[in-house]
Design a protein around this ligand. Sequence first.
Ligand code: AG3
Length: 277
Amino acid sequence: MSDGYFTEQQTPHLRLGVRISRKLHEESTPYQRLAVYETTGLGRMLALDEIVQLTESDEWTYHEMMAHVPMLVHPCPRRALVVGGGDGGVLREILRHRTVAHAELVDIDEAVVRAAREFFPGVSCGFADPRARVIAGDGIVHVRDHPGEYDVIAVDSTDPIGPAVGLFQAGFYRSAAKALRSPGALSQQVGSPFYNRDFVRETVAAARTAFDEVRLYTGVVPTYPGGLWCYLLGIKGTVAAGFDAGRAAALGPTRYYSAEVHRQAFALPPFVAELLR
Ligand code: AG3
């Protein structure tokens, strides 16, 4: 932090600066450096290893798209798993679905879960839901050890460096596909279609070794590099081409996700569609 700004080196050529009014918390966990800031204009912000994970101003765009897209292509998701996502944002959105009887979150770093409880009550509120179970553990091992358990898996990891690397590899996708029942759907953040092109391509190829179908969709997250973000959807078996509009309406008010946005998210600009070829 310098000049009152938190800086993320988003790419070798691009930095993001967020004006900070106060540092609320900082710790070195066994896995990463965790920091919570009060910003002057974007609410509170969570950073891991100096990389923005969420700000209160836009966390909902990301969490809604990570959760509602796989949940609503699935005909009746009852059991869901969040891998990573220790802040609880994706879990919060999954729990809005009335079909859900049980939702698990497995994050390798319990310090993230603790910080979310303390500093982000509006994001972590799902932890208190009786249907939720929060587990401190390695998502790769957890998924491998739970075949046939889930209808939906959402992989909400940090950037593909360090402990997250294995979550973007064929071995993980194979065990994730086994952990899903059929039909099943997996969503995952895979980075920027501008700045992580080779990575997105390789990740799609790895996911294709395990799923019956792999799609990409996009959404806007202003504080992530480039603003336009890519999500992967891995499908086991067959799911509806569209989604259940009635169930979408029953979610109650969403701020980013809607029936139109769902459709639009899969309408890929040519430079993104290219990443699937
Ligand atoms: N997961 C991390 C998204 C990647 C952000 N990358 C970046 N800013 N360079 C978000 C966790 C929110 N639940």
